[in-house]
Design a binder for this molecule. Structure first.
Ligand code: 5AD
Ligand code: SF4
Ligand code: FES
Length: 360
């Protein structure tokens, strides 16, 4: 039975898109299977109002595993001497996009560690080359913390969107998860610069990162409410064997799904992926994520020979498959739960293509 207080909270969240901190906390702490089911039903109503049964696909190209940062949770952190490093050339990245385009992808997410070997000119040239060849595509960058001037340059070259998870909006937890030279303050500065420049921005947090409390999650919900990002990526924390958090417990599918349901009710129009991390901790994680309110899937377009090297966490899925296999697999999986994958750019409502101010 849905516990009465939580039913009331979910109804209020459905009606207003927001709750007091105390109600959010109790909604999370007092959850059970029934309240989760009730939450997901409501989340699917909002999801269907905006997106019907459509799921957007974004092809992700993990183009470099070098990283100057040292996030304690991540397998690509610079202190991990066991990480295998690679970076792709512009031609190799273009080839991945070309292949993705043939499969129907109209958004490419270019993701990497914070690799300083690509200059700003390299990044701009890459964006211009992709846009020149595939003008009907959106480009999403996910390459970390930069200066406002750099973000502006990439935008002027034609980049449409930027993903930069805030990881946690709680300063104390942020410091526990990162070395002293990486600050929450700068992370937030980056997100605000990106938004002000005109990007569609994506933020998000890990669920059950070491030391995370319900209060921290409520802080994240309030932070996101304030930021109003167009995209929100969340996934369970998963330990990586060569990091200081190797012995920490992984986040649960159950809480991740519950948070997805809450986010859908708070942000009816947001683009919310069912992430690879969710698919990694449960074979059906991505399907369950869609059924909890998510509406985006990001299949991997990286070349097969480097996939096994972009390891943020243990047992990452899809490292043995190629782009064709993942594409087919994903449309089949979505069909099996009554959803349809679509090949439009899938911009945030009210946002669309923007003209580049640069030429090659
Ligand atoms: N477990 C889950 N997610 C992780 N990320 C990095 N390391 C891990 C991990 N061990 C996430 C971070 C980052 C995104 C690219 O991957 O949230 O922003
Ligand atoms: Fe680098 Fe990103 Fe991993 Fe942090 S999460 S170490 S910035 S790749
Ligand atoms: Fe990669 Fe299923 S999505 S194998």
């Amino acid at each position: 039975m849905v516990q009465e207080d939580n039913k009331r909270r979910i109804d209020e969240l459905f009606a207003n898109g927001f709750l007091s901190k105390e109600d959010f906390k109790k909604l999370i702490d007092e959850r059970n299977n029934e309240s989760a089911e009730y939450l997901f039903e409501k989340a699917r109503i909002r999801q269907h109002e905006t997106f019907g049964n459509k799921v957007y696909l974004r092809g992700i190209v993990e183009f470099s595993s070098y990283c100057k940062s040292n996030c304690l949770y991540c397998g690509l952190r610079r202190d991990n001497d066991n990480a295998e490093r690679y970076h792709l050339s512009e031609e190799e990245i273009l080839a991945c996009c070309r292949q993705g385009h043939a499969f129907g992808f109209r958004t490419f997410v270019l993701q990497s560690g914070e690799d300083l070997s690509y200059s700003d000119e390299d990044i701009c040239h890459l964006i211009l080359s992709i846009k020149k060849e595939m003008p009907d595509c959106a480009i999403t960058l996910s390459i970390g913390e930069k200066t406002r001037e750099q973000y502006q340059m990439y935008y002027d070259a034609g980049a449409d969107r930027y993903l930069l998870r805030h990881e946690t909006a709680s300063p104390k937890l942020y410091q526990k998860l990162h070395p002293a030279d990486q600050t929450l303050e700068n992370r937030i500065r980056c997100l605000k610069d990106l938004r002000d420049i005109g990007y569609q921005i994506g933020a998000g947090m890990m669920i059950q990162a070491p030391g995370q409390t319900t209060d921290d999650l409520v802080t994240d919900l309030y932070f996101l409410h304030d930021l109003q990002p167009h995209m929100i990526g969340i996934g369970p924390f998963i330990p990586h064997h060569d990091t200081p958090f190797r012995d920490e417990k992984a986040g649960s599918v159950e809480l991740t799904l519950y948070m997805l349901g809450i986010l859908r009710l708070m942000f009816p129009k947001a683009l919310i992926p069912a992430t690879t991390a969710l698919g990694t901790i449960d074979q059906k994680g991505r399907e369950m994520g869609i059924l909890a309110g998510a509406n985006v899937i990001m299949p991997n377009l990286s070349p097969t020979d480097v996939r096994g090297k972009y390891l943020l966490y243990n047992n990452k899925i899809c490292t043995g498959e190629d782009a064709a296999q993942c594409s087919l697999c994903m449309s089949g999986r979505m069909k099996s739960i009554g959803y349809e994958t679509v090949i439009t750019r899938g911009d945030a409502p009210g946002k669309g293509p923007h003209e580049a101010k640069m030429n090659i």
